[in-house]
Ligand binder design. Structure first.
Ligand code: ADP
Length: 304
């Protein structure tokens, strides 16, 4: 089976600075693939090249078996896009936004009208059909943007931070809808800063930094490959002193971040027993997660 999205040696520089640096990627039908990375890692530039919106300086990309950007127009007929910022038309109602967007794909009004009830149902916006965009909540706007991306019944949907700025209820509803899309056989490529989102939704992930993919696999593979299985977080004013004196006795690898010490261990029991006897410290023992992997691979320092 050919990949639905494929990149080979993609490269892009701006002002002499290489922002995407020899990127190889293969994404298959029905996959939800997540691209993770700190701000400035090159994620949006990668999406834009894979969509054929900008040309790479080197390398090749195909989207639905068509070369992009050369045949981008043709490929995008079966592609939906959920951009980072909602760019809905504020002068139009919910239904009119879908109608106008469908016309960009050359669809007949009658065909779009026929799809609108299902799209509104999918987005849980049936009762908002005639509402103007400025009256919608942030979650409703995101759902409308998602519904709009589906107006042409795409095979592939690109989503750039689909749930940024949403409350937990709104995020859960979007996640449920995205799962439904992959169950229908659609392929999703998303970027996100939420590790729980990536862990729950994505079949496979790639972590990107400084324009390069630094690790790729299923969420479980990334955790197993990159990090110790258990984490003990130690909190409290004296945690730094505790780390200086004791952490190395229990953990081969530990990190101090403010008043927290993150201890990464194969087996947490000896450390937990020790901490139980330390009355001035609090601790949390948990399995390692994708956020631990992300911070290990890309560091804890702020990028912007
Ligand atoms: P991410 O989506 O991971 O935050 P981007 O792909 O948006 O990263 O940006 C990667 C780098 O490329 C950043 O340093 C950004 O400033 C730069 N960049 C992106 N687009 C342009 C552009 N059109 N012109 C100049 N620099 C750009």
């Amino acid at each position: 089976m050919n990949p639905v999205i494929q990149a080979k040696g993609l490269q892009k520089s701006y002002g002499g600075h290489c922002v995407v640096d020899g990127l190889d990627l293969s994404i298959y039908k029905g996959e939800c693939f997540g691209l993770l990375g700190p701000n400035g890692a090159g994620k949006t530039t990668t999406l834009r090249m894979l969509l054929g919106l900008i040309a790479p300086d080197a390398g090749t990309a195909t989207l639905l078996d068509l070369p992009v950007p050369q045949a981008a127009r043709e490929a995008r007929i079966k592609v939906g896009v959920v951009p980072q910022m909602d760019n809905l038309d504020p002068d139009f109602t919910v239904a009119e936004n879908l109608l106008v967007y469908g016309r960009y794909f050359g669809m007949q009004d009658s065909d779009i009208e026929a799809r609108i009830p299902d799209l509104l149902d999918f987005a849980s916006l049936t009762s908002k059909r005639d509402a103007k965009v400025p009256t919608l909540s942030g979650g409703m706007k995101r759902r409308l943007t998602l519904a709009r991306a589906l107006v042409n019944d795409p095979d592939v949907v690109f989503l750039d931070e689909p749930t940024t700025g949403l409350d937990p209820q709104a995020r859960h509803l979007i996640w449920q809808r995205l799962r439904e899309l992959t169950q229908q056989g659609k392929t999703l490529l998303l970027t996100t800063h939420f590790m729980d989102e990536a862990e729950r939704l994505c079949h496979r992930l790639a972590v990107m930094d400084n324009g390069k993919l630094i690790s790729e696999g299923s969420p479980r593979e990334l955790i197993e490959r990159n990090i110790e299985p258990q984490v003990v977080e130690v909190f409290g004013e004296t945690s730094g002193q505790w780390a200086d004196m004791h952490a190395a006795n229990f953990a081969q690898r530990y990190e101090v971040s403010g008043e927290s010490v993150f201890c990464y261990v194969p087996e947490a029991q000896p450390l937990v027993m020790h901490l139980q006897a330390q009355s001035t410290l609090r601790y949390l023992h948990r399995p390692a997660n994708l956020e631990d992997v992300f911070l290990k691979l890309t560091g804890r320092e702020m990028r912007e």
